[in-house]
Design a protein around this ligand. Structure first.
Ligand code: DOR
Length: 444
């Protein structure tokens, strides 16, 4: 009797934590049921993946999808559409929506809006505040929670905990790894006059490397004092990489594709389109981020997908808001770097799926292994494509990489065994479900 599966992916090159090799993948009930040479099998659907690579599904642990409250910029459906078009199988979404995601009710509302409406799986960061600090340990374990996110420097929205005592109170109460936007608010306030009207190139002068470093040093000190684990989002400075290499016991690091790709000399071309918090800086920072990535100091790549409308971005600096789309372009940009020899495919997988699995402890996601969810990103490593505004699934409808030609492209997104995206089309209705985490398994 041949073995029977729901889906078999045949003849692909599978890239995984244990290396690269030709394997077939058998899927049953949304989970990986068999791996290896599967010649005498039958299945509801057999997909021939000859010439393609199959990677564990990309996890983007930092996106802003704007719902509720700011749906004119993005919503959970459109943001996740952009995600799956880019090969991303799960996202962790940020709390600076309206209302802010700072309570159990606000989180439950997001989960309800997202379930079976988002195209990919999801979790939501809960905003840490002075007011909810004593509840952080409960909030971080609620169904659908990715953990607690804290803004130490102000950015888009009203979330801010800028004092050591506030951060300490939160970290005393968390057990899971909390995530931080790390820029020193007092220094940002003091340097605000350095912004030059109409000149986005002054953004990194205002929000300088010392603002990032000082905040990160404070955070790491408090993490050691409280015995907490922290995740530092969108690292942007050479100085933080040098500092944090000595604190890998408590700190994990995220880097974004824009900080790896753009540098200060691009402001002349892109102006406020590349205005982000923390900012894109001089090329020496970009080079050190790459070194940090090569040396394993960086744990994950997140996009910080932060859409704003064209009208908003066209306002003269500093009225222009900080943020750009990104969830759809992680795979194309990073695969292009793989082809250019800047990182291996194995290291990319380490950053986009094993890294999130290791540091956030997702149940059954982040590896291609029997018993794991069949979340897979299928890529054509040699396909040349041009990134365009027209293809952006986000409501924002623009990317700073419009016109950039890359080698390496996501051609399929499989989520819990369903082909959600194939060759640039969404082919299965949305069935997004909350990601489960081992430290917060739901009581049933
Ligand atoms: O540039 C940014 N935009 N950085 C953030 O921290 C927030 C984000 C947004 O929500 O627009």
């Amino acid at each position: 009797m041949p073995q029977v599966f729901d889906l078999i992916l045949k003849n692909a090159t599978v890239v995984n934590h244990d290396g690269i090799g030709k394997r077939d993948i058998g899927v049953t009930g949304g989970r990986i049921a068999a791996l290896g040479d599967l010649p005498r099998v039958s299945a509801g659907e057999i997909v021939d993946c000859a010439g393609l690579h199959i990677l564990p599904g990309f996890i983007d642990s930092q996106v802003h999808f704007r719902e509720p409250g700011l749906e004119y910029k993005e919503d959970l459906e459109s943001g996740s559409r952009s995600a799956v078009l880019g090969g991303v199988t799960a996202v962790f979404e940020m709390p600076n929506t309206k209302p802010l995601t700072t309570s159990a009710e606000a989180l439950a509302d997001k989960v309800q809006r997202a379930r079976h409406r988002m195209h990919c799986d999801f979790a939501f960061w809960v905003g840490g505040t002075r007011e909810n600090a004593s509840l952080a340990g409960e909030l971080e374990r609620l169904p659908g929670a990715a953990g607690i996110k804290v803004f130490m420097g102000s950015s888009t929205g009203d979330l801010l905990v800028d004092d050591d005592e506030g951060v300490r109170e939160i970290l005393k109460n968390t057990r899971r790894r909390a995530a931080f936007h790390s820029e020193d608010e007092a220094r940002l306030h003091e340097r605000a006059p350095l912004r030059v009207a109409g000149d986005a190139a002054s953004h990194p002068v205002w929000r300088d490397e010392i603002a990032a470093l000082q905040s990160t040093q404070r955070l790491v000190r408090i993490a050691h004092e409280t015995g907490a684990r922290v995740h530092i989002l969108h690292i942007s400075t050479a100085e933080e990489v040098d500092f944090l290499r000595g604190h890998k016991d408590v700190a994990t690091l995220e880097v974004t594709p824009h900080h790896l790709t753009l540098a200060a000399d691009d402001y002349a071309r892109l102006g406020a389109w590349m205005q982000m918090n923390p900012p894109v800086r001089e090329a020496r920072h970009r080079e050190r981020l790459w070194q940090g990535l090569e040396q394993g100091i960086i744990d994950v790549i997140g996009s910080d997908h932060a859409p704003h409308t064209r009208e908003e971005k066209q306002k003269p600096y500093p009225q222009s808001p900080s943020g750009m789309t990104g969830v759809q372009t992680i795979a194309p940009l990073m695969l292009d770097y793989v082809n250019a020899g800047r990182l291996t495919l194995e290291r990319l997988v380490d950053l986009t799926s094993h890294g999130p699995n290791r540091i956030f402890g997702m149940s059954r996601k982040g590896r291609i292994a029997v018993g794991y969810d069949a979340d897979l990103t299928i890529i054509d490593l040699k396909r040349q494509e041009t990134i365009t505004n027209a293809a952006v699934g986000s409501k924002a409808g623009w990317t700073p990489y419009d016109g950039k030609t890359v080698t390496g492209w996501p051609v399929g997104t499989i989520i819990r065994g369903r082909r959600v995206m194939w060759e640039g089309e969404i082919v299965t209705p949305s069935v997004g479900e909350p990601v489960e985490f081992v430290e917060a398994l739901p009581k049933r």
